[in-house]
Design a protein around this ligand. Structure first.
Ligand code: PHE
Length: 454
């Protein structure tokens, strides 16, 4: 058995975990679900769910990871002294595999858009034309698959370098760059005429716009953006020494995640309102609306290019975490096997992802349950596998591991009080499972049926 890898620095871990959290979820999905779900009211709910449900779950994954110092397919069994619990980690590994198979498709789109800008093919169009261009672009089977492959190759390359030289180093450079670039873009957006309308839309809650569906979206969004339920955070925490302050790290990651989602909203909505574009344009919001928004600005395409680059950074740091947990499970922390395994796993993920990529073009008519292959994969991951994993983790942490053991683990490296701990424990034991079951009912289409009784 070889030596377990470790993060080089405390901040390296925080940035890598924040990098996993911040990705397509915060930057691409958040503005469009907030736009569709009522703006400010959605934001408020997202914040509440992040703090009340996300925070205890994140701490839960951190505790199991660091305490076990094991990969996700062994950690649970080790702590429970019963191997049968390892199935929770195995579900997480499987989920991550499927997740990355379609996440890399969107990663490829970002790459393609960057190429479009650099080749001068992305300017001087109206917003509708940008929409059409985007539609055409993602339906081309050759370029999208090639871009998806390129995205996977870069991911494989970085992760094959290992924890310190790969993920940690990349996150340390990419995350601060992301923050700085975002700030510049937000300042630019806020200086547009009529920007205040967009700010109001995002920050002033109008509860009349909330529907049961947007409440559930906000819940799913909180889990997805914090990378919870798939044992990714567990795996990252397994590379930690006992001196790391877990509650402080969790809070830093949560704050960073919220800040980026807010910045994404502040980058997008002022422009959307300033140019009279509908905020509920959906998943194409960033790709078809933003170029039009940026085009109205001086140096607009340069700003859009900067935006796409940071968007790409964020997608990469999330992709690293998805493949890392599979690598950890396969190599069982034997670093001599890392390189080969990462290549093998990465290429397999790419192959499995090709049909998702093609489902925007040649395979658009292949549908199951009224969903394209891409949508089906996304649905299976976001609405079934991730909430299921989060539910199991909440149950495992709060009902299988003893409360004293957990507190002892949490106290190492921090002087967290018993009251704070007990509050998180309570949330994990009762509030988190109930909330997740509600999401499940929604996924099964039962919530609408239940709501008819009220
Ligand atoms: N948090 C990532 C994002 O917002 C997605 C993710 C989910 C990453 C689960 C890893 C595990 O894009």
């Amino acid at each position: 058995m070889s030596q377990q890898e470790q993060w080089r620095s405390k901040i390296g871990f925080v940035l890598a975990a924040a990098g996993s959290a911040i990705g397509l979820g915060a930057i691409w999905k958040f503005p469009y679900v907030a736009g569709t779900g009522g703006g400010g009211a959605f934001l408020l709910l997202f914040l509440v769910f992040t703090l009340v449900l996300g925070m205890p779950l994140l701490l839960g994954e951190f505790m199991i990871g660091r305490k076990s110092q094991s990969d996700p397919t062994q950690a649970y069994g080790k702590l429970a002294s019963n191997k049968k619990w390892n199935f929770i980690g195995k579900i997480g590994v499987f989920t991550s595999f499927i997740l990355l198979s379609f996440y890399s498709v969107v990663g490829g789109w970002i790459l393609l858009y960057i190429v479009q800008i650099l080749s001068g093919g992305l300017s001087g169009l109206t917003q509708d034309q940008y929409g059409e261009l985007f539609g055409e672009m993602i339906s081309n089977p050759y370029s999208t698959v090639a871009a998806q492959l390129a995205f996977m190759l870069i991911t494989i390359f970085v992760v094959s370098k290992g924890i310190q030289k790969g993920i940690e180093l990349a996150s340390k450079v990419m995350m601060p760059a992301l923050l700085v670039l975002f700030l510049i873009i937000v300042i630019r957006s806020l200086s547009l005429d009529g920007a205040l309308e967009g700010v109001k839309f995002l920050l002033v809650p109008d509860f009349s716009k909330l529907t049961s569906e947007s409440i559930l979206f906000a819940l799913g969004q909180a889990f997805f953006t914090l990378s919870l339920g798939v044992s990714v955070m567990l795996t990252y925490a397994s590379y930690l020494p006992k001196t790391q302050n877990l509650p402080q790290s969790a809070i830093s990651i949560i704050i960073l995640n919220i800040v980026i989602a807010l910045l994404a909203g502040l980058a997008i909505f002022p422009g959307v309102f300033s140019f009279g574009i509908e905020p509920n344009a959906g998943p194409v919001l960033i790709f078809s609306v933003l170029p039009a928004v940026f085009e109205h600005m001086p140096f607009g395409m340069l700003f859009f290019l900067a935006f796409l680059l940071l968007f790409l950074f964020a997608a990469f740091t999330s992709a690293f975490s998805m493949i890392e947990i599979i690598v950890a499970a396969v190599t069982k922390n034997d670093s001599s096997k890392r390189k080969k395994s990462t290549w093998f796993i990465g290429i397999s993920i790419f192959i499995v992802g090709v049909p998702s990529c093609l489902s925007y073009g040649v395979l658009a008519d292949v549908q199951l349950f009224n969903k394209t292959i891409f949508d089906l994969m996304d649905f299976a991951v976001s609405n079934i596998l991730m909430p299921l994993g989060a539910l199991l983790i909440a149950i495992f942490v709060s009902r299988i591991i003893s409360k004293e053991e957990l507190f002892a683990e949490l106290k190492q490296g921090s002087n967290v009080g018993y009251v704070f701990f007990s509050f998180c424990y309570f949330l994990l034991k009762y509030v988190v499972p109930i909330a997740i079951i509600v999401v499940f009912l929604d996924a099964a289409g039962l919530s609408a049926w239940i709501l008819t009784f009220f």
